[in-house]
Design a protein around this ligand. Structure first.
Ligand code: SAH
Length: 241
C-alpha cells in the first residue's frame, strides 16, 4: 500500500494512515462480497489499487480548491457500481457530501455495508435508476459536482447526469480510448440538457499504461423538465443531431 500513497501523492493529495487503512478495508470487503454482488472483474490487490483507487482519484484533478475544501460541496456518482469513482474520492477528500446512485440492489447493499465499515459520514446510497431519481426535487439540480465512470456513451450519459447538476456546477465523465467521435456525437445532447463542454483533460500516468480522459461539462442553463426521458430511453435513443 506504500505505492498507493505515492500515486495519490503524484495527484497532489495526501494519504494518511487512517485513509490507507480505509482503502485496505474497502479492498477486503469488496473481495468478500464480489461473488454475491458481481462487483468487479479486477481482484488482484495491486490492480485494484491502480485501476480502481488511483483511477477514481484522478477526478480530483479537475475539482477547484473550493470544491475540494468545502464541507457543503455535494457530489453525486451516477452508476457507481462498487463505489467508483465516488467512494475513493470521499475517502481522500473527506469533506464533500456524497451520494452514490446505482440501480442494482446488490450493489447498493454492498455500498451500505462498506460505508458503514469505513465509518464514513455524509454518504447517502440511492438504489434506483437515474432516469427516475433525477425528477425528484431533492435531487434535481442539487449537486455541485456529478461524476460517472463506465456507465454509457457520453450522449446517453449526459442525459442521466446533467439533470442532477446545479447551475454553475459541473459534470465529470471518466473516459478511455478514442474520444473524438463520442464527444462529437454528444454535442447535441450536451446543448439540449443545458451543458457546455468545458475541458477534456488528458490523464497520462505510468501506472495505467494507457491514456485516459476526464470530460468536464459545465452546467450553464436549466435542464428542460422532459429530461431525462423514461428509464431506458436515454440509452435506446440518445439525443443526436
Ligand atoms: N462506475 C462503476 C460501475 C460501472 S458499471 C465503475 O466504474 O466501476 C455500470 C453501473 O451503472 C452498474 O452498476 C449499473 O447497475 C449502473 N447503472 C446503469 N444504468 C443506470 C441507470 N440508468 N441508473 C442507475 N444506475 C445505472
Amino acid at each position: 500500500m506504500v505505492e498507493l500513497a505515492q500515486w495519490i501523492g503524484k495527484l497532489g493529495m495526501e494519504l494518511g494512515p487512517s485513509q490507507l487503512e480505509q482503502f485496505e478495508i474497502y479492498y477486503h470487503e469488496m473481495m468478500d462480497w464480489n461473488e454475491r454482488a458481481s462487483l468487479t472483474a479486477i481482484t488482484d490487490h495491486q490492480e485494484v489499487q491502480t485501476k480502481h483507487f488511483v483511477d477514481s482519484a484522478t477526478v480530483a484533478l479537475v475539482l477547484s480548491g473550493e470544491e475540494v475544501r468545502r464541507s457543503s460541496t455535494k457530489i453525486i456518482d451516477i452508476g457507481t457500481g462498487a463505489g467508483f469513482p465516488g467512494l475513493p474520492l470521499k475517502i481522500l477528500l473527506r469533506q464533500p457530501r456524497l451520494t452514490l446512485l446505482d440501480s442494482t440492489a446488490k450493489k447498493a447493499a454492498f455500498l451500505r455495508h462498506v460505508v458503514d465499515k469505513l465509518k464514513l459520514s455524509d454518504v447517502e446510497i440511492v438504489n434506483d435508476r437515474a432516469e427516475r431519481v433525477a425528477h425528484l426535487p431533492q435531487y434535481r439540480e442539487q449537486f455541485d459536482v456529478v461524476v460517472s465512470r463506465a456507465v454509457a456513451p457520453l450522449a446517453t450519459l449526459v442525459e442521466l447526469a446533467l439533470p442532477f447538476c446545479r447551475l454553475g456546477g459541473k459534470f465529470i465523465a471518466q473516459k478511455k480510448g478514442t474520444l473524438e467521435q463520442e464527444t462529437r456525437e454528444a454535442r447535441k445532447a450536451i446543448e439540449v440538457l443545458g451543458g457546455r463542454l468545458s475541458e477534456v483533460r488528458r490523464i497520462e500516468m505510468k501506472v495505467f499504461r494507457d491514456v485516459r480522459y476526464l470530460v468536464v461539462v459545465g452546467k450553464i442553463s436549466p435542464t428542460p423538465q422532459k429530461y431525462p426521458r423514461r428509464p431506458g430511453m436515454p440509452g435506446k435513443r440518445p439525443i443526436h443531431e
